[in-house]
Design a protein around this ligand. Structure first.
Ligand SMILES: [Zn+2]
Length: 153
């Protein structure tokens, strides 16, 4: 193909591309914030397929929970707390953690979530401390898991 033919092809294609960009811009400008968030969430799922969304115990790789069980407590999934011994923990809130287990008498002492008692949560396989199980009532409970102790698989 000669130089001149390439030029002719470019000239004929460019106006159509330009037109299409204008239409895309028109479309995206009319999306509501909720629509944009929905599209973003769908794109995230495409980028991180289901099998990459599992969270396992960092010590033994036992499956603990999945990203789908992420919940917000007091408006946030991710919290940062320092215990009375001065140790800071980054924790994520999860509605359930089927691979976790919790033991001991629940207590309200030094609770990080007002109205929720806590006891220690461990990996059900290797018993590594993974965080805390919080309970406000029989039906209202969640796991606050130490993010550094989990690994995505
Ligand atoms: Zn484990």
């Amino acid at each position: 193909m000669s130089y001149n033919n390439n030029l002719a092809l470019t000239d004929s294609v460019l106006p159509r591309i330009h037109h299409s960009n204008v239409e895309s811009g028109w479309y995206f400008q009319r999306l509501t914030t909720t629509s944009v968030e929905t599209i973003q969430s769908l794109l995230d799922q495409l980028n991180f397929p289901q099998e990459k969304r599992k969270l396992a115990c960092k010590t033994c790789r036992h499956l603990i929970t999945t990203q789908d069980h992420k919940i917000e407590i007091n408006g946030h999934h991710h919290h940062r707390f320092t215990n009375p011994s001065g140790i800071t923990f980054e924790i994520g809130c999860f509605a359930s953690a089927t691979g976790g287990t919790h033991r001991g008498m629940p207590t309200l002492e030094f609770t990080w979530f007002s109205g929720y008692s806590w006891n220690l949560a461990h990996c059900a396989n290797c018993l590594t401390h993974l965080g805390w199980f919080y309970q406000a009532s029989q039906a209202e409970n969640f796991y606050g898991l130490i993010l550094a102790n989990l690994i995505e698989t």
